[in-house]
Design a protein around this ligand. Sequence first.
Ligand code: DGJ
Length: 334
Amino acid sequence: MKRLIPIMILCNFLLIKHSGLAQIPKSPDVNGKEWHDTQGNFINAHGAGILHHNDTYYLFGEIKKGNTWLVAGQSWEDYRVPAGGVSCYSSKDLKTWKYEGVALSPVKGDTTNDLDTGRVIERPKVIYNRATKKFVMWMHVDKNDYSYSRAGVAVSDNPAGPYRYIRSVQPNGQMSRDMTLFQDDDGKAYLIYSSEQNNTMQVCLLNDDYLSPTKIFSRILVDRRREAPALFKSEGKYYLITSSCTGWSPNAATYAVANQVLGPWKEYENPCKGAGADTTFGSQSTYVLPINGKTKTFLFMADTWNKTDLKQSGYLWLSLKINNGKVEIKKFVY
Ligand code: DGJ
């Protein structure tokens, strides 16, 4: 077997080189602190998601800059930086990233505004609405103590923005914290969010314009206390990776599977395998991107938070495979 490994690596390399498909970059630069854009600046896109539109990947994430402080009077490690808005980077190959600018700007000096720098803007995700031809961004907006618990929505005519903030909502009166978006093959889109004081996750169908929640929603992973949702689809089944709730400290992920987005969902064991699996290799999930032309290979995107200096947080991108219906994420697969 040992002799076979170099041959397998070579075959894999040739396959990647000649397939013409977007591939997970080999040994991606992202997996370390020194991840730069084409201008040589550090990529600042935390809690990120990716929009794939017209052969271009657009990466959106939280801009974290400035000093980190600990919010007083909390029972958990509530470390914060000023809300920096949402950045956007573009790439053709998932490896070389061009800075497109600030897609959604924060607001300075208006503490009543959802986007004020003194608030929280986290986990932005963008999808394209083919009917309205608008790009729609949803994100978690909050106060520093997480008491506001709302989902904010913004819209743009261009993928990279700028995005115009519309408003925030609590879908059907429900709290909405860590969140993601999922757009199904039939064009329906869903908001998935930690709710009920993080005890339960919810899935809510959005309106046809993707700008408001409908009344159709379900409670899933009830009393499981999960956050950091990342939802994807493979061969007709839906998969949802989540973390446990331990603030900025990494913990073991689990995954759940469903035949319909609204559920029922069945939760399974940790998809991470090997050394470091019990902390998701020191990271927390944020997004899972399908790799072009492959139905069972995905890019698992996660954050390696530096809680006492959040702007120094890093990123971990790994390949995720569906193996006999089971999700597998391994650290060293390249
Ligand atoms: C974990 C969440 O997943 C992050 O997005 C962030 O909200 C931290 N908690 C805050 O502690």
